[in-house]
Design a protein around this ligand. Sequence first.
Ligand SMILES: NC(=O)C1=CN([C@@H]2O[C@H](COP(=O)(O)OP(=O)(O)OC[C@H]3O[C@@H](n4cnc5c(N)ncnc54)[C@H](O)[C@@H]3O)[C@@H](O)[C@H]2O)C=CC1
Ligand SMILES: O=C(CO)COP(=O)(O)O
Length: 358
Amino acid sequence: MAAPRYRVSVIGSGNWGSAIAKIVGENTAGNPNEFDLNVRMWVFEEMVDGKKLTETINSKHENVKYLPGIRLPDNVVAVPDLIDCVSGSDILVFNVPHQFLPRICSQLKGKIPATVRAVSCIKGVELSADGITLIATYITEQLGIYCGALSGANLAPEVAQEKFSETTIAYKIPNPADTISQKTIKALFHRPYFHVNVINDLAGVSLAGALKNIVALASGFVDGMDWGDNAKSAIIRRGLLEMTQFSREFFPESESSTFTEESCGIADVITSCAGGRNHKLGVAMIKTKKPVFELEELLLKGQKAQGVTTAQEVHAFLLKRGKTADFPLFTAVNDIIFNGLDSSALPRILEQVEIQVD
Ligand SMILES: NC(=O)C1=CN([C@@H]2O[C@H](COP(=O)(O)OP(=O)(O)OC[C@H]3O[C@@H](n4cnc5c(N)ncnc54)[C@H](O)[C@@H]3O)[C@@H](O)[C@H]2O)C=CC1
Ligand SMILES: O=C(CO)COP(=O)(O)O
């Protein structure tokens, strides 16, 4: 009997969504025994230069708004209808700014067979009255399918230009009878220029990707104040410690080594504090004093900086638990964005507590 050829859909077509669709399209084309050639990519439809974005993507093979200048493989097909996009697929790749996920899941609920498998490339968390849920876990809870997580030091424009980077995927086989293995998942994402390491630590990979966006904003603040490289390294060190402590304390199944050894940990903090959108926004906030969401629109032109909402969500979670004092950097980032705290207070705030990680 011939082995199954898995059909893959990518849900999302922003800066990272399009770059990941390019990778997946290259790999389905390169592994015809394992994957169906065509990759459907869900596009939140909008008019760009008087034309539907899906039509432009399918005729020019370029996402002219969110990943301009990069040719997408011909086998990546833009689809405006979410249900059409996922129907008949075996593997779903979720890649949207995290604030849009609940609506997407509510549209998909009850329509996905339990045998479908998913990977989330989203960097964020889901906040509810009960607390914080990992994005992958949220997808599992909403759709009844297993979901892993991909996260790493992966600025989308660099990955799309095929400049070398590494990434981490957390994927555990949920059912011994599954034919979609860690090897299958690696074959879907690994490229000569995009090296994948598959591990088991779903909480560590997911939280590293979400929390580093808060640290990247803080690094933008110190660069906005022109405080130099020593200050930025201090923010990176303290940020990584708070990220690890948060994960170990609230998700004890996470592993410290994920933060120190994997691309999704230290490497992503360094990358994001050097060149990411959250960093850029942090710099601009200090230099211009303009409101954060006005700057996001102005600078990112429809792209999103996830650190702003994540800082707010993590703060609400810590406040409810009386734990803000244990996470002074996370708390200060929220207070600088939303409560008018002066960023020059960072050294005084960080002096008060030294983080302990087991
Ligand atoms: N861009 C990057 O370099 C990287 C991003 N990520 C993460 O990937 C995830 C997706 O980010 P990007 O693809 O960069 O997105 P993006 O920041 O480019 O956001 C724009 C996307 O949001 C969509 N959108 C706007 N309004 C919407 C709505 N109401 N409903 C649904 N979609 C809507 C747009 O159509 C567009 O596809 C985020 O969690 C981000 O943190 C991870 C690694 C790298
Ligand atoms: O996650 C990223 C790089 O790994 C992208 O970070 P930004 O969203 O801050 O651009």
